[in-house]
Design a protein around this ligand. Sequence first.
Ligand code: NG1
Ligand code: ZN
Length: 557
Amino acid sequence: MTTPHCSRKQTIMPQFKEVSTQSGLHPKPAGLVLQYGTAGFRTNAKQLDHIMFRMGLLATLRSKKTKATIGVMVTASHNPEEDNGVKLVDPMGEMVTPTWEGYATQLANAEQEDLLAALQDIIEKEAIHMSQEANVFVGKDTRSSSASLSQAVLDGVSALGGHSKDYGLVTTPQLHYMVCCQNTQCKYGEATVEGYYKKLCQAFIQLTKNASNCTDDQKHLTVDGANGIGALKVREMESQLKKELHISLFNDGSEGKLNHQCGADFVKVQQKPPTGIKMNPGERCCSFDGDADRIIYYYTDSEGKFHLLDGDKIATLISTYLKELLTQAGLDLEIAVVQTAYANGSSTNYLENTMKVIVRCTKTGVKHLHHAAQEFDIGVYFEANGHGTVLFSKAAEEKIQQLAENSNINDERKRAALLLQNTVNVINQTVGDAISDMLLIEAILAIKGMTIQQWDAIYSDLPNRQLKVKVSDRRVIDTTDAERRAVSPAGLQEAIDSLVKNYREARSFVRPSGTEDVVRVYAEAETQESADALARDVSLAVYRLAGGVGGEPKPLH
Ligand code: NG1
Ligand code: ZN
């Protein structure tokens, strides 16, 4: 038997009075269970009102605990327009720490009458002083549901007496940037969108100003804004690029539907151009995702063949550039590239064996990559899907700074040091950022006088295929070795191992998605036919051994 409602009410502490009243306006549908996944909560927007209110409460507690400003971003990134989601941002702009992800799940799933007890539990476990001030920054994407959902977050913050600042429509990385600026007393930059544009655009202009022989053609870039927030923000920023970059913006949200047949996820997974854009052969194009924290480049050649330059190609370009600059500057800093199991085998091979940089593999989800990248002087991390950035340790930044200010060095070292300094400034180190990554990539190509074809030719991707399999409970799949091997259900890994042996240069792995109710299958092999066949074979094994639902996976061809 649960405690009767009225007896609970009598024990409500004054600090919870408002929560008790307000939570009635954001009721939880009884029995609904959601989990804080790879990128926060994400599901159909209709199920999220109570989650948003409760994340407003949790962000307020987290702010009290850390004595710092916390961010809450309302977005479902690359998911369809009907979905929405929420992610919490920790003080330095990083993803919220795992223990608090657990609290988020507990708080989200507490039935209406248990909400105050669930809150009290977190307060006690974390020894939070409720008299401490709290500050929460809130941002949202362009989904039609985002306005009322972000209001629910704001209601949650005010119910616990926290202060909030509503940034309205911003990209996810912009909100991360604001939080970091605020908590570093503006050392990282000014906590406004204008401050963000100013920091990034000034660095970009400094980087490209000496890029010799950059023609107007080379300064042209086609951008697919996924009909989302990134498009709005590119428009806002454009004038500050002072014609150093000419952007043709498509899928700007004026007509098309968010992420529908466009955007970084569509282009990466379908391995084809988005609809709604005009592509000329050989021209550089890029796609953002729905909250502008991912970017993918591509072009079609003169024969009309589509070429994709994903997160692995981006990581390779950036790390090559940084390594060259470090050598020219005479700086001894350790550089590493962090990837996930989805990284193309060719990229790992090139980075380790040709470039000879350290390569680390982590579990999927940027928080894991971010964490691993923090262990190096310079950590370049990218998921194959185009989510990534570069982290510079404090010591690395100081060394670069000192060298850039040193007047006793030769011109080559000076030039390299200044380029490194501006490179640090153009990068959003808090999280992967499509706009910042775009400016960095464009600057590198201009500085190196490199075409997209030359960039693409650094190494050739192994053909690959990603598929999804529906199972009755995806939690039956448990993985190890940075998700590269399945430990359950019994027999699945053995089945994958023996299927892989049928193809040359093949590799395959499966893992439960953290953002969708599916099992993801990845396969790569010497030819596209082999990669497709292997992906299908492995999908069948998942279907049979892990409780597949619906019809059996069909051959792709
Ligand atoms: P899941 O659904 O857990 O595979 C996807 C991406 C992640 C990450 C998150 C958050 C792939 C294979 N997975 O996670 O890399 O970006 O979404 O957006 O791309
Ligand atoms: Zn995203």
